[in-house]
Design a protein. Sequence first.
Length: 265
Amino acid sequence: MTVRLFTCIVSHGHADFLISALPNFLSVKNLYLCVVDNIGQSSLRDFCSAHGIAYIAQEVRLGFGANNNRAFRYFEKSFHFRAADYFICCNPDVWILPGMLEALSSSLDLHRPQIAGINLFIDEQYQFFDSSIRRFPRLGDYLKKVLFSYDGTALDKSTITSPVVCDWAAGSFLVFSVQLFKALEGFDERYFMYFEDVDICLRAWRARGQRVLYIPNVRAVHFAAFRNRAFFSKHFRWYVSSLVRYLWRFYFHGLRAAKDTSSPL
């Protein structure tokens, strides 16, 4: 059965970038796009209209999870989902070439994962990795980060050359089977921003026994802003509140992991 890729991109004032990036998606067979405009930019609306891209304008700004959930419901209503279909959440600051999207489709067809992530970089020469695959963070990891500037949750991508499973992959580009996404009831919309990706990967594992398949040969560039690092900003407040919610779920909500996952590979 042919793999179909239903892709959601949520824009937060990214019209200029997306107008140059969206054509990369349009040339890929069996790929369907939905742009959710959280700001409402006429240039982006007009571009989508001219190229047959589904466009949803928000009257009220929603969080990452709520916007992606809305796009999924649009696809579910507009198409008859098949067993081989996938739902992709793609950040508006991700640049991915058509050949990489085709390679992703082939990998999904071959491995049939329920949830997957790709190899993100922070530069256009694909020299510097984005730390986008990790083990589930614990409270101690954040204490070490604050006290010693040590981040021990990121996996070393340089040592991984073939698909492997990991705890979670960044929502910058995260792939779900439509069956799994629906079974999980999508993202938890109580996270306005940050940790929705960690949370849904945790739920996929605990509730459905599904681990994230990391596919290293599919590459893209993520031009991340890291606005949560500015103290006292709204992004930092969102980050902290989401962190507390995630840690509560990790330690106290649902079944605890039967064994340690610090070495998921």
